[in-house]
Design a protein around this ligand. Structure first.
Ligand code: PMP
Length: 571
């Protein structure tokens, strides 16, 4: 196997880190870092503006990347590629422009319905939802023609195990479909959707097929002409390149018809106060100075992918098969979308024990403590989680720089975490008096009967603090299940948290789906409930957690989440 890891300086700097979150962003090989440094140190000039030698050379290099990307995805010409700051911006640009075409009754827009898959990333849902709202509002104000139908977004969902029946997708496309927006690869399930068949069906009904290729390009070969889609977008940072650069591909017809999304320098042909003219595509979509160094770095990433394509795929397949084999031996693991035969090296799983969910978030804390980086939660696919009736999944996403030993360590630590949580949950489910010493020691039981805060002063080390927070969760004044409703929900936390102020007793009750968060809430509420309203308003709860030695064991996002809870306690 090619040793990809040695090409990625990140791992020299973090030899202990097991990185299983490449779907969030990939690491960068030395060649990409060198290309960006070279651009900044040596070939720094603005593009397209000046004809002096340096500027012309940089413009040439910059445009060459467009050509190389066009070759990578088999676009007919470099003009079919426009630069953006990411896939999100490219999708917004296309959706905005298509809304304008709809209003103008352009022949490319036929129908009233936009289809998206339930598993789409929010970046491929929200622009379409906004389009529909914007156009419906404009039409409501400006047209008296009652025969014009409202636009709508409709969805096609997988089954409850996360498997798609693609006939459902093909059958959903009708003459009333204006477009279908679909990921090439789902970031939440890892499945590769049959874009060629979907776009063929779309075109039979004069609908467009817009593809979010963000999760595909680092893993599989892409030929946009064979796929037959009308547009395809991606982000450099998921393809070993830098952040802040992305692209959109579109057919000649689509890009020619779409209006600019932003206006300004670079994209004009002529400007005067009486009339201005814009350039043709792709430049009409690229107002302002672009991310030149980012594009040049992306160029090196494209070369890296081209050079190592086969090895990347072989290595990822071997790693992924090994991962699946190991996971299949853990009875508490259920993998979503397991029937999908075409997948990239990404796996989303839920953990259950005796039909009860184990909190992914608590598992994550355990893994994080062992330097294993992966993602839990909704993965920017909330509608999918709602459909599957899950509060999130644990997602492992591999790249060729991972190793078998990464997987071994992950599996061993995951087993530990599961075991640990099963023991904790068992201890929870029986009355404290009857807890036998094998499950949880006498000292632990006594400790929760004492004021929670007192337990922390003497504790050293993450494991002890972690354990004590978990134990504290048992003392939380719990908000009942039927009161875990929208009005008590605290937005912005990593997991679902509800906090209710009970005025009769001047105290708070709360609940969270994670045991660690319940523990932290218990510690905060113990203090808050002992203070008067006025004292609470002046009390520094964040400082309190710091004094207990807890804060420095919390990630920034958890601190941010807790600060929202604290704001409620102090209100
Ligand atoms: N689509 C998918 C499938 C993604 O996974 C992501 C990133 N998680 C995006 C779109 C958005 O990409 P970016 O944030 O780079 O614009």
């Amino acid at each position: 196997m090619h040793d990809f890891r040695q090409e990625f300086p990140f791992f020299n700097n973090h030899p202990e880190c097991i990185y299983l979150d490449s779907a969030a962003t990939t690491h960068k090989p030395q060649c990409v870092i060198d290309a960006i440094t070279h651009a900044q140190e040596i070939s720094n000039a603005n593009v397209h503006r000046s004809s002096y030698h340096l500027a012309a050379t940089v413009t040439e290099q910059y445009e060459l990347v467009r050509t190389r990307l066009a070759q990578l995805i088999h676009a007919p010409a470099s003009q079919n590629i426009f630069w953006t700051k990411g896939a999100t911006e490219a999708l917004n640009l296309i959706a905005y422009g298509l809304g304008e075409l709809c209003l103008a009754q352009h022949p490319l827009w036929q129908g009233n319905e936009i289809i998206v898959l339930t598993s789409e990333h929010h970046a491929n849902i929200l622009p379409w939802q906004q389009l529909v709202q914007r156009i419906n509002q404009i039409r409501l104000k400006t047209t008296q023609d009652k025969s014009i139908k409202k636009l709508r977004v409709t969805t096609v969902s997988p089954d409850m195990q996360g498997n798609y029946q693609y006939d459902d997708v093909y059958d959903a496309i009708t003459d009333d479909t204006a477009l279908i927006a679909v990921a090439h690869v789902s970031n939440a399930l890892g499945c590769i959707h049959p874009i060629d068949l979907i776009s063929r069906k779309a075109h039979q009904h004069k609908a467009l097929c817009i593809v979010d290729g963000t999760q595909a390009l680092a893993h599989i070969s892409v030929d946009v002409q064979t796929l037959g889609c009308d547009a395809y977008v991606g982000s450099s940072h998921k393809m070993f390149g830098p952040t802040g650069v992305g692209f959109g591909y579109g057919t000649y017809e689509l890009l020619n018809a779409l209006p600019p999304y932003q206006v300004g320098g670079e994209m004009i042909e002529y400007v005067s106060f009486s009339a201005s003219r814009f350039q043709s595509f792709p430049y009409k979509f690229e107002a302002g100075t672009p991310n030149i160094h980012g594009v040049l770095g992306f160029g090196a990433a494209i070369d890296f992918i081209e050079t190592h394509r086969d090895e990347i795929q072989t290595t990822e397949n071997q790693l992924f098969n090994y991962l699946l084999m190991q996971l299949s031996q853990i009875t508490q693991v259920r993998i979503l979308g397991q029937d999908n035969t075409h997948k990239i090296s990404l796996c989303s799983m839920v953990l259950t024990h005796q039909h009860k969910p184990l909190s992914h978030y608590d598992v994550l804390r355990w893994l994080d403590n062992a330097n294993i980086a992966l993602r839990v939660g909704h993965h920017c696919a909330m509608p999918l989680m709602q459909h599957l009736q899950l509060d999130g999944t644990l997602r492992v996403s591999l790249s060729a720089y991972n190793t078998m030993s990464d997987i071994d360590r992950f599996i061993a630590t995951l087993k530990d975490a599961i075991q640990h949580l099963i023991v904790e949950n068992h201890a929870d489910s029986i009355h404290a008096d009857s807890i036998d010493g094998v499950i949880v020691s006498e000292h632990d039981v006594k400790s929760v009967l004492l004021p929670l805060a007192r337990q922390f002063g003497v504790l050293q080390g993450y494991e002890n603090i972690f354990r004590q927070i978990m134990l504290s969760s048992k003392a939380l004044p719990q908000l009942s299940a039927d009161e875990q409703i929208e009005s008590y929900h605290v937005a912005g936390c990593e997991v679902d948290v509800w906090v209710k102020y009970v005025s009769q007793s001047d105290s708070f009750e709360a609940f969270a789906n994670s045991k660690i968060i319940r523990g932290l809430l218990a510690i905060l509420l113990e203090k808050a409930n002992a203070l008067s309203h006025q004292q609470r308003a002046q009390f520094d709860f964040a400082q309190y957690l710091t004094e207990l030695g807890i804060t420095h064991h919390l990630s920034q996002s958890r601190v941010n989440g807790l600060s929202r809870v604290i704001a409620q306690l102090s209100a």
